[in-house]
Design a protein around this ligand. Structure first.
Ligand SMILES: C[S@@+](CC[C@H](N)C(=O)[O-])C[C@H]1O[C@@H](n2cnc3c(N)ncnc32)[C@H](O)[C@@H]1O
Length: 246
């Protein structure tokens, strides 16, 4: 990665707090069958890393389970605490997790692993997991095989430099061994306003200059007026690996 690309990635990684409200309104949850695949049923201590506003965290909470969120952005943590006032949310990153060694059964990172530096984050996650503990990674990806969703993506690409497509999953194998993958296809009920909020919450839209952002939002509005969508199709891409299975 060039220095310019690194600087842009850093700015985008730190941008989410500025649109935490749009994030909460516009981003999808995670389907229960994906969450069941990601997190072992017996896990009693679970960390949501890069928890944002708690979109995944709410699905992790279960009787007899302690859930802790770790999130670097103050704006996201504030929104998180409004939505999930009973779940602790700590300041931290994948490279520096504020938890003791061998204290966690499972750590899930939703829509955020592409922001970490895997050389530092993989050993840090291994440090906080108990032996046999699980690291799970998940992304909700819009299904661009649907024509209006493909058009939405084209508009986004016209204006915004999307962050690297590299989800950095293969680096996990350096300490965790076999990485399993499973995809889940589903549709999220969504109004046009919800799609607008989803677009406004993208890191690469937040960091655009305001003239370009307004123009982009206008084109998205025109598309939505023409298409009148009621759902957003997603593929939820899931990965899991266990510590000590080398
Ligand atoms: C796209 S949001 C995902 C939020 C939430 N997990 C979800 O699924 O909706 C990405 C999150 O990663 C956080 N983030 C950025 N850099 C990070 C890092 N190095 N370690 C952990 N989280 C990071 C951002 O602050 C943001 O809240």
């Amino acid at each position: 990665m060039t220095t310019g690309e690194e600087q842009r990635k850093h700015a985008q990684a730190g941008s989410f707090g500025a649109a935490a409200d749009a994030y909460e309104r516009g981003r999808p949850p995670y389907p229960p069958e994906a969450v069941a695949w990601l997190v072992p049923e017996h896990a009693t201590t679970v960390v949501d890393l890069g928890a944002g506003t708690g979109k995944l965290t709410r699905a992790l909470c279960a009787p007899g389970r302690a859930v802790v969120a770790v999130e670097p952005s103050a704006g996201m943590r504030e929104q998180f605490s409004q939505v999930l006032p009973n779940v602790p949310v700590m300041e931290g990153t994948g490279e520096s997790i504020p938890l003791p060694d061998s204290s966690v059964d499972a750590l899930v990172c939703a829509q955020a692993w592409h922001w970490v530096d895997p050389e530092r984050a993989v050993p840090e996650v291994a440090r906080v997991l108990r032996r046999g503990g699980r690291l799970s990674l998940v992304w909700n990806l819009r299904d661009v095989s649907v024509p209006w969703v493909a058009e939405l993506d084209r508009i986004l690409r016209d204006y915004a430099a999307a962050p690297t497509e590299d989800r950095q999953v293969e680096q996990v194998g350096t300490l965790f061994g076999l990485v399993e993958r499973q995809d889940f296809h589903w549709c999220h009920p969504m109004t046009a306003e919800g799609v607008m909020a989803m677009v406004a919450s993208r890191s690469y839209v937040i960091t655009l200059d305001s003239a370009s952002r307004n123009e982009l939002m206008g084109r998205v509005r025109d598309l939505l007026d023409a298409e009148r969508p009621t759902t957003m199709p997603y593929t939820t891409e899931c990965y899991r690996a266990e510590l000590g299975q080398l």
